[in-house]
Ligand binder design. Structure first.
Ligand code: ADP
Length: 608
């Protein structure tokens, strides 16, 4: 599994730390804001109250001095009083009389204003006042306090005390504190960020390890375990994770074993198995199916099963799913050899009812179908073969019955025909019985050690005699090996085989010619062959002459008294001896029948 690289800023590690720091920042912000506000308001309030009370008491104190000064202007302690008063935070204290004329000021630089009209403020508005203002010259905030000075009797305002104090420094003090607070909180933030990162790491480290273990599990590596760091939730999660990984490993092993078992079952099955997904595309196919359909695994995976089985013209995938029938597929054309397949379909359905695919099991029924076809053919052949002589016999018997029996001219001829037909039928039935006994393996060979040269000579001699007695112009040539060949055979059966082939050689050589009989040995076999110069067998029929009832030319064979079973019986006999029989032929030139029998040459030395 490919793992994406996690960037630090998108990691949980960073996010936890960020949340910590943000929380801290918000708390500090709120605390700071409230604190600074409270600090500022209380500082300013204290300052103002302090100044106000000082101004109030000064105004009271000035009452006598101002009265004295008004009575006797020379008597002037006022300036000194004001200068004494204007300490620390007081910027200026000035006294103005009830007509608006400056009497005294504490500021040495403004002594020129004394005796002049006060220009700070219009006299009308010169009334008791406490307020914060901006100094027009410096631009700083100042606290202005105007207090009326009453006559000692207290019933008349005789002047005004104007006090300007430095409130800006108080504000500055507060903002200095705020700045210190800001620095402190910055340091706190940095420390808490570090701590948060450390704390977050204790959480994310085990998580990270578990993630890596999950990736390893996904890649099939169960060898490692995650480390359990403690008994907390993460520790428990780690333990559970290790347990889970062990379970998955067990499950995986079980699954692997199951799959291997299934694979081996599938690959050793004699039936072909094809599995598809729900769209009918092949996802599984076993060796047998590949061999039967003669395809390669990589060519068919992902292909449609309909096209693989060559049934897309006759069926849709839905039809296969719904009907789930058994179908017989003739695959011979597609792979160029006889192949009949029976396909059984069954669909794979999940518990939820969802159809997840189809399984097709293929049976090779080529042999079975061939046997079945042969059986049908055989029954039809036997019926046909029996009907022909019976029909002709019936017509002769009917004729005899209708009075021909009294006719000394035709009656013997008719009876002769019925006798011949009866004999032919008996021969045929005997042949069939013999074949059926051979099929059922009921025939036991009476094996004896025979000199094959002598036996073959004996059979050919008989044919020579026959030829001599008839007017046929055949010549039989013998080309035998010099060595005597001793083999273990059932003499009667082999004579029957030789008879049959020699008979055919003459039957199917109407104009005579030379029949050459050869006997030769190879390392492990002895081969007999009988060649004629007759009609020969067309190439396309060569493979079939050993089939039951097969005759190249039916009419001719029947006319010659043949049943079409001679070669079939010969083949079975030779097969029973562990040998083989075959034919080579050229039409109109002649045929050669070969019989090969197993032979062990050392025995010959023994007998010689
Ligand atoms: P049948 O009784 O018809 O001779 P066989 O089984 O002996 O039956 O032979 C099957 C067919 O093979 C014959 O009908 C004939 O067409 C063909 N055949 C057999 N031997 C020869 C041969 N030597 N030359 C040509 N055709 C032959």
């Amino acid at each position: 599994m490919k793992q994406q690289k996690l960037r630090f800023f998108s990691s949980v590690h960073f996010k936890i730390a960020l949340v910590f720091v943000l929380l801290l920042m918000i708390s500090i912000q709120i605390i700071g804001a409230i604190f600074i506000r409270e600090l500022e308001s209380s500082t300013i309030q204290t300052f103002e109250e302090n100044i106000t009370s000082q101004v109030d008491s000064l105004a009271t104190n000035l009452s006598n001095d101002l009265t004295k000064h008004q009575e006797n202007p020379k008597e002037n302690n006022l300036k000194r009083t004001l200068v004494e008063f204007a300490k620390s935070d007081i910027l200026e204290a000035r006294l103005v009389d009830d007509k608006g004329i400056v009497i005294a000021t504490s500021d040495p630089n403004l002594q020129g204003d004394v005796g002049k009209k006060n220009d700070y403020e219009s006299f009308n508005s010169f009334t008791q006042k406490k307020e914060e203002r901006k100094d027009p010259v410096t631009g700083d905030r100042v606290y202005v306090n105007i207090q009326q000075v009453y006559s000692p009797t207290g019933n008349a305002v005789i002047g005004f005390l104007y006090v300007k104090s430095d409130i800006e420094s108080k504000y500055r003090q507060v903002s200095d504190i705020a700045l210190i607070f800001f620095y402190a909180s910055m340091i706190a933030l940095v420390f808490s960020l570090l701590i948060a990162l450390l704390v977050a790491r204790t959480i994310t480290k085990p998580i990270g390890e578990m993630k890596q273990q999950a990736v390893r599990i996904a890649n099939g590596d169960y060898s490692r375990q995650v480390e359990v760091y403690g008994k907390d939730e993460l520790g428990q999660l780690g333990e559970t994770f290790n347990e889970l990984s062990a379970r998955i490993e067990e499950a995986q092993e079980t699954m692997d074993a199951e799959r291997r078992r299934l694979d081996s079952v599938l690959s050793h099955m004699t039936d072909g198995v094809i599995g598809t997904d729900r769209r009918g595309n092949i996802i599984l196919i076993n060796e047998t199916a590949l061999t039967l359909l003669q395809v390669q695994m990589q060519d068919v995976l992902g292909e449609s099963i309909l096209s693989l089985l060559d049934i897309e013209d006759d069926y849709t995938f839905r039809a296969l799913l719904e009907e789930q029938e058994e179908i017989l597929i003739d695959f011979s054309e597609k792979i160029d050899e006889a192949m009949m397949l029976r396909a059984e379909f069954s669909m794979i359905r999940r518990e939820s009812g969802f159809i997840s695919g189809l399984v097709c099991v293929l049976h090779d029924v080529t042999e079975k179908e061939k046997d079945e076809e042969e059986r049908r053919q055989f029954v039809s052949n036997v019926s046909h073969e029996l009907r022909t002589p019976l029909t002709s016999m019936r017509s002769y018997i009917e004729a005899l019955n209708d009075g021909a029996w009294q006719d000394p001219e035709v009656a013997p001829a008719f009876l002769k025909v019925t006798q011949e037909e009866t004999n032919r039928m008996i021969r045929m039935i005997n042949d069939l019985l013999q074949l059926s006994r051979m099929d059922a393996n009921k025939i036991e060979l009476k094996l004896e050690l025979v000199n094959l040269n002598e036996l073959f000579n004996y059979v050919i001699d008989r044919f020579d005699m026959l030829i001599k007695d008839s007017d046929k112009n055949y010549e039989i040539k013998r080309e035998f090996t010099k060595r005597s060949i001793w083999v273990e055979i059932d003499t009667d059966r082999m004579i029957q085989v030789f008879d049959n082939i020699l008979n055919n050689a003459m039957k199917y050589s109407p104009s005579g010619g030379t029949i050459t009989c050869r006997l030769l040995e190879t390392h492990k076999n002895v081969i007999l062959s009988i060649s004629d110069e007759g009609l020969g067998i067309p190439k396309q029929n060569l493979g079939k002459v050993f089939d039951r009832f097969y005759r190249v030319d039916k009419a001719r064979s029947r006319a010659m008294g043949g049943s079409g079973l001679g070669l079939a019986i010969s083949k079975e006999s030779v097969k029973a001896h562990g040998g083989s029989i075959w034919v080579e032929s050229e039409e109109d030139r002649g045929s050669t029948f070969f019989i090969s029998l197993p032979y062990e040459p050392y025995e010959e030395d023994l007998w010689e």
